[in-house]
Each structure stands twice: as structure tokens, then as C-alpha cells.
Design a protein around this ligand. Structure first.
Ligand code: TRP
Length: 431
């Protein structure tokens, strides 16, 4: 079975709002439940440092965003969910990529150019307040994507240029050092609704017109009440076209509910009643999650633990991959006789491995051990060593074999199926 790897980053700046939820969080979580995909969702906290120089804010926002995704139903067993900054390999890869990236290409990046244009307009020096971090933004983002060889990157339209740059950078690297990287593609969700904010413009924190996703219930009611409407009186027919209220309703209601609201508009529903219906609809979806969110915010160690699951799994891939890349660019051991082969063998020391042994009862066993020596899985006793060897062979080759061999192995305590799958895959990727 071939899987498609989806990867996307969320910059932890600010508190998530209903627009983020309906436009990104909800569809991404739904997509992660598709068995044909492997999802990597991460908090782009290195990216956050480019704009935010307030440590408390970065920290707080990281917690809020991670808690929001978990409360909204992200399952850390299904999605590799992690902080970018937990993978030192991302910064290492950023440097490898920096060295094959044309400065001219970065000069043309929209975000960087926009900052320069603003300076020019204001009569300031063209680079006033522009950090090298902003300039390097696209390279760091390319490293995020390429470290897991993602196929598809769900992003907004404003990010398409960054994905194109990632392809460009990957091609340059491949050309110089061999085919290490898959060329990623942007996945643009065409029919995702834009969510209107309180003033009718797109809901966005830059317009200060948002409804925070997990705002308390009474506050939610108040905010819904403050959505702009026109001055039509109860009984007067109303337009759904251009109605922020209707747009929001549509994002949370079933198609049937939406249709009857459309009719109610034509029939002259009062704005008060329409707002009440909208409040109930949002509340029905958000309230069950809010309790989970509040619990996570009150117990941040639960969020930390959830992220660490993803980070361990992510590093089981990023670490061996960057070892391979170090080799490829010529950063190798100098020990006598250490040519390609020897060094490649050393790189493999950092991989998970199988250990076969015989017990006093005469039976043959194997263990599957993580790169750091931790026990992941243990086999039953086989009567012949060949049987154990065959099982190992299958596990090394075939991604579906773990399910087929379920009765012959047991997971070690505290180890999840996903951990074992990830370790097996790291092994297969390195073969
Ligand atoms: N630049 C993205 C945004 O602002 C966030 C991001 C960082 C990202 N790294 C990524 C998105 C990698 C997709 C893939 O929305």
C-alpha cells in the first residue's frame, strides 16, 4: 500500500478563532482519518520567532494551539503532531538547503518584498526592521517539508510561492547530491468556505474581528450578538448573499439546516432569531470540545505528553535521514579506511534493529529494539530459527506485515503500534 504524506505547519502566534477552526483545523483533522494518508502536523515555533519577540507569547500560543488541535479531535496516534523546535534536524537541514539556495530567489519572496515595499513607501531604509530570519523564512519552510519528504502540503494560497521554492531547493540539492528529496506539491482546498468575521470581512486577527474558538459560552453568545447585520426589520425578507451571519451559519450547520435558514431569510426571520440559531449551532459543536480544551489548558503536562509522542516518532525518521544527508554532502568520519561504506554502516548504528536469541527452553525469539536501545516489541518463541528469521524478513520488507504477524509479537510496555510502525519504516527507508 502506498501512502501519501501530508504535512502542514501552524505558526503559534495568537489564539485560534472560528475561522481557523472551520477553514483549517476541522478539515485537516478529518483528512487525517483517511487510512491512505500519513499526516504530519506541526507547530512552526521556529517560524514564530521571526515575528514574535515576546517569549511569554510564543509559549502561551504554542500551548493554546496544541490544546486546540487536540481538543478538536486530533489523535496523536494517527497524526505525527510535534513542535518544529523539537527536531534539531530541521535546523541542520536548513543549513544544507541554505547552501544550495540562490539568494536571488529569496529576494523575490513575497513576504520579504512586502516588508521592503512598506519601507520604501514610508521613506525608510529599504531593509529597516527586516531580519535575516524573515529573509530565510522560505528555506526553513523547505526544510520542514523535505525532512519528511512530504508529497502534499495543505496551505492557503498565500503560501504557494513557498512550496514552489521548496521544490526548487529540493531539485538543486538532488541535482548536486543524488535523489534524496521528493518534490512536494501544494494542496489547495478549493471549496473551503471563507469565514466572515464580526464586521463582515474575512475573520482574521489582523482585522480584530474574530470569535475565539474556545471563548466561554456567554462570551460566544455576546460575540455572535455583535455580528453586523443590515437594518431590515423582522418580517422583511433578508439577503443571504453577503450576510456574515449566514456564512457562519453555513460553516457549522448541516446542509438541511442551511436550506431552512435560507428559507427563513426569505420569510423575514428577525436578526435576533437568526443570531440565536447561529449561537446554538456553533455552541452545539464547540461546547463538548471546550471542556476538553479547558482541561488541557489547566493541565499543560497532558499537552506536553501528547507532543512528545509525536516528537519521538518524528525524530525516529528525521535523525537517520539527516545522517544520510550528512554523508551525501561529505560530512563523514575521518577514521582510517572510513570510506563511504564504513561511514554508511556507522550511520546505521542509529537505526532500530532486530536481535535474535535462544532461550533456555530451546525456543528461538527475536526482539525489536529502537535506535536508542529501548525495547519496542518481543516475539513469541519459535521452534526453528528459520521461522523467526522469516518473520523478521517480512517485517523489514512489507508495511502491512505487522498486522499479519500480530499473533506472533507483543508490544513492549508503553509502546504504541504507531511507534513500532514508525521504527519499522525508518528501517525500511534506510535499506
Ligand atoms: N508558513 C506557513 C503559514 O504561515 C506555516 C508553515 C511553516 C508551514 N512551515 C510550514 C506550512 C511547512 C506548511 C509546510 O501558514
Amino acid at each position: 500500500m502506498s501512502v501519501t504524506r501530508f504535512l502542514t505547519g501552524i505558526t503559534p502566534s495568537g489564539t485560534p478563532h472560528l475561522g481557523n477552526y472551520a477553514g483549517m483545523i476541522r478539515p485537516a483533522i478529518k483528512a487525517s482519518r483517511d487510512p491512505g494518508v500519513e499526516s504530519y502536523y506541526f507547530l512552526a515555533d521556529y517560524h514564530a520567532l521571526i515575528k514574535a519577540h515576546d517569549p511569554e507569547r510564543v509559549h502561551r500560543s504554542t500551548l493554546e494551539i496544541a490544546a486546540s488541535w487536540l481538543a478538536a479531535g486530533l489523535d496523536p496516534a494517527q497524526v505525527t503532531f510535534y513542535r518544529q523546535s523539537a527536531l534539531p534536524e530541521v535546523t541542520e537541514l536548513t543549513w544544507f538547503l541554505t547552501c544550495v539556495t540562490g539568494k536571488g530567489m529569496l529576494n523575490r519572496a513575497h513576504a520579504y518584498k512586502a516588508s521592503q515595499d512598506k519601507n520604501t513607501e514610508a521613506g525608510r531604509d529599504i531593509d529597516d526592521g527586516v531580519t535575516a530570519g524573515l529573509f530565510m523564512y522560505p528555506v526553513l519552510m523547505a526544510a520542514d517539508i523535505l525532512i519528511f519528504n512530504a508529497h502534499k502540503v495543505p496551505v492557503g494560497r498565500d503560501q504557494i510561492q513557498h512550496i514552489e521554492m521548496a521544490r526548487d531547493i529540493a531539485s538543486s540539492f538532488n541535482h548536486l547530491y543524488g535523489e534524496h528529496f521528493t518534490l512536494p506539491e501544494a494542496a489547495i482546498e478549493e471549496n473551503v468556505a471563507t469565514i466572515a468575521g464580526l464586521d463582515g470581512r474575512k475573520m482574521s486577527k489582523s482585522y480584530d474581528n474574530t470569535i475565539p474558538l474556545f471563548t466561554p459560552r456567554d462570551q460566544l453568545k455576546k460575540l455572535v450578538g455583535s455580528i453586523v447585520t443590515d437594518s431590515r426589520a423582522p418580517g422583511e425578507p433578508k439577503e443571504v448573499e453577503g450576510s456574515a451571519l449566514f456564512q457562519l451559519y453555513q460553516a457549522f450547520a448541516t446542509p438541511e439546516q442551511t436550506e431552512s435558514m435560507r428559507r427563513a431569510y426569505a420569510d423575514g426571520i428577525s436578526w435576533g432569531d437568526a443570531k440565536q440559531a447561529l449561537f446554538e449551532c456553533i455552541d452545539a459543536e464547540i461546547t463538548p470540545m471546550r471542556a476538553h480544551y479547558d482541561d488541557l489548558m489547566a493541565n499543560p503536562e497532558k499537552v506536553e505528553a501528547a507532543l512528545q509522542i509525536g516528537e519521538e516518532r518524528a525524530r525516529a525518521k528525521s535523525h537517520p535521514f539527516v545522517q544520510t544527508l550528512r554523508e551525501a554532502v561529505g560530512l563523514r568520519s575521518l577514521r582510517a579506511g572510513a570510506g563511504n561504506k564504513k561511514a554508511a554502516k556507522e550511520a546505521k548504528v542509529a537505526l532500530p534493529n532486530f536481535k535474535q536469541y535462544r532461550e533456555a527452553n530451546g525456543k528461538f525469539y527475536f526482539k525489536f529494539v529502537a535506535a536508542d536501545g529501548k525495547l519496542l516489541m518481543q516475539s513469541v518463541g519459535f521452534t526453528a530459527p528459520k521461522e523467526a528469521g522469516q518473520a523478521i524478513g517480512q517485517l523489514q520488507k512489507d508495511a502491512d506485515s505487522l498486522a499479519a504477524l500480530a499473533s506472533q509479537v507483543t508490544l513492549a510496555e508503553g509502546v504504541s503500534l504507531a511507534d513500532v510502525q514508525a521504527a519499522l519504516e525508518a528501517l525500511r527507508n534506510a535499506a
